[in-house]
Design a protein around this ligand. Structure first.
Ligand SMILES: NC(=O)c1ccc[n+]([C@@H]2O[C@H](COP(=O)([O-])OP(=O)(O)OC[C@H]3O[C@@H](n4cnc5c(N)ncnc54)[C@H](O)[C@@H]3O)[C@@H](O)[C@H]2O)c1
Ligand SMILES: N[C@@H](CCSC[C@H]1O[C@@H](n2cnc3c(=O)[nH]cnc32)[C@H](O)[C@@H]1O)C(=O)O
Length: 422
């Protein structure tokens, strides 16, 4: 085991060898990031630069940290969810020279303490997931703002929060919305969330999906992935939406669409993926069938209103790892997975997205961080540049052994022309 002295605050360094084994495994399935790592080793774009991150800490994320380190960066990492950290991966990362902070099942106080410990490294670039670190930076650590060259945001809700902050004139640093890269949301949000949500739900419950009524709340990029995987597993899928266009799309994709107040009556399993608050609340719990399972794969733990559920129940107990049973006043039992936090990462069995998917998302993060260092960006919320997207997609296709056609000169002329008709 390589031993490097770093600042770290992890659960148990004796887990480092197991963590490194898992990091080695995902590296084999992240060819684009490995390619970028080699480029970074040669070019050293981050020499003298410190990068602080607030991302789900598991082996694939450590591999992003190692990629940035290969480019010469000092890297400090903490988790973006109190339940999603893998303690073997953080020990492995620390043994490999990354400054790691955080452990699974942090209290809220510990969660913010470890964010501050990363900020103590005085980063030049921040990579955030959900915007918690960027908020702490702006509210409590303003003295660090002038050193920051820019930040990257990983997820939809984080981008929404930061756009709202910018609209209020409160954002003080350039922000690349990595979530909005094609190679991120079209794959991570859709295929990643689709697969990893069911991976976690099935691993946690040992339940069959075929023949069940599965309600998917929200038909955005994540919802599409979750609905299509539920369909593939043989479920009867019901979609709920607030956006008429997306509701129409869900209907024409073959799913039943109805209000949540009606959908809860049919549901065996409900999965929220909206990024919104109180998507399931109040009377919704009264109308659920006995045995209904609730899981969230969207943002934070507010999509399912847990206090409302608690107030209608007579007892709550953990009946299996990451499954709480709420006994309702009329005797029905309702099950909440992973405390209503995003189930694919916060359930004890949650492994997050597949490595091949995070390969794309983290390639977008690594190249966006380099873009920040190489460009003098203005304070704004910026979509990650298209040329990075095309570079990543090209590298992924190459790694998959897939070739595509090039436009001929005649085709280029034709596409640029307005005079050629029938
Ligand atoms: N679990 C994961 O690993 C993972 C991955 C990516 C994104 N996310 C998170 O998942 C959430 C969804 O992301 P997305 O990219 O699909 O966003 P999106 O904006 O594409 O889709 C969200 C959809 O939810 C709908 N919606 C909002 N309020 C609703 C309500 N009350 N009832 C029903 N539908 C409602 C919106 O109309 C929209 O169509 C975000 O919070 C995002 O940060 C999680
Ligand atoms: N911090 C918030 C934000 C939502 S996380 C959603 C993001 O997690 C990311 N994600 C999903 N799976 C993995 C993984 O395995 N490793 C690291 N990040 C992941 C994914 O890119 C997505 O945009 C919260 O915990 O509720």
């Amino acid at each position: 085991m390589l031993s490097v002295i770093v600042m770290s605050n992890v659960k148990d360094m004796s887990l480092a060898d197991e963590g490194i084994r898992k990091i080695n495994w995902v590296q084999k399935h992240m060819p684009v990031l490995e390619h970028i790592k080699k480029q970074f080793e040669e070019e050293k774009p981050f020499e003298g630069i410190t990068i602080g991150s607030c991302l789900h800490l598991e082996p694939k994320t450590i591999n992003l940290g190692l990629t940035l380190q290969a480019g010469g960066a000092e890297v400090a990492m903490t988790g973006c969810n109190p339940l999603s950290t893998h303690d073997d991966a953080t020990a492995g990362g620390a043994a490999l020279g990354l400054n790691m902070y955080g452990w699974r099942e942090e209290t809220e106080e510990e969660y913010y303490k470890t964010i501050n410990q990363v900020l103590d490294h005085k980063p030049d670039v921040i990579i955030d997931d959900g915007a918690d670190m960027i908020l702490v930076l702006h509210q409590e650590r303003k003295e660090l703002l002038s050193k920051i060259q820019g930040a990257c945001e990983e997820t939809t809700t984080g981008v929404h929060r930061l756009q709202a902050m910018h609209n209020d004139g409160a954002l003080k640093i350039p922000l690349i919305a990595v979530n909005d890269a094609y190679t991120k949301y079209l794959f991570d949000n859709r295929y990643g969330t689709g697969q990893s949500t069911f991976d976690a739900i099935m691993g946690t419950t040992n339940m069959l999906i075929a023949g069940k009524n599965v309600v998917v709340a929200g038909y955005g990029w994540c919802g599409r992935g979750v609905a299509s995987r539920a369909d593939g597993l043989g479920a009867n899928v019901i979609v709920t939406e607030v956006d008429p266009i997306r509701a129409l799309e869900a209907r024409m994709d073959g799913y039943r669409v109805m209000k949540i107040s009606e959908a809860v009556k049919h549901a065996d399993l409900i999965i929220t993926v909206t990024g919104n608050i109180n998507v399931i609340s109040g009377d919704d719990f009264k109308n659920m069938k006995d045995g209904c399972m609730l899981a969230n794969s969207g943002h934070f733990n507010v999509e399912i209103n847990r206090p409302d559920l608690e107030s209608q129940s007579t007892s709550v107990s953990e009946v299996r790892e990451s499954i709480e049973e709420f006994v309702m006043k009329d005797g029905r039992k309702i099950y909440l997975l992973a405390d209503g936090r995003l189930v694919n990462l916060a359930a004890a069995r949650g492994q997050g997205h597949p490595a091949e998917i995070m390969d794309l998302s983290f390639a977008a993060q690594a190249l966006s961080a380099k873009y920040i260092i190489e460009n003098d960006l203005e304070v704004d919320v910026i979509k990650s540049p298209d040329e990075l997207d095309y570079e990543i997609a090209g590298l992924k296709l190459k790694a998959m052994g897939i070739e595509i056609d090039d436009l001929s000169d005649r085709q280029k002329v034709y596409l640029a022309d307005w005079q050629e008709g029938t």
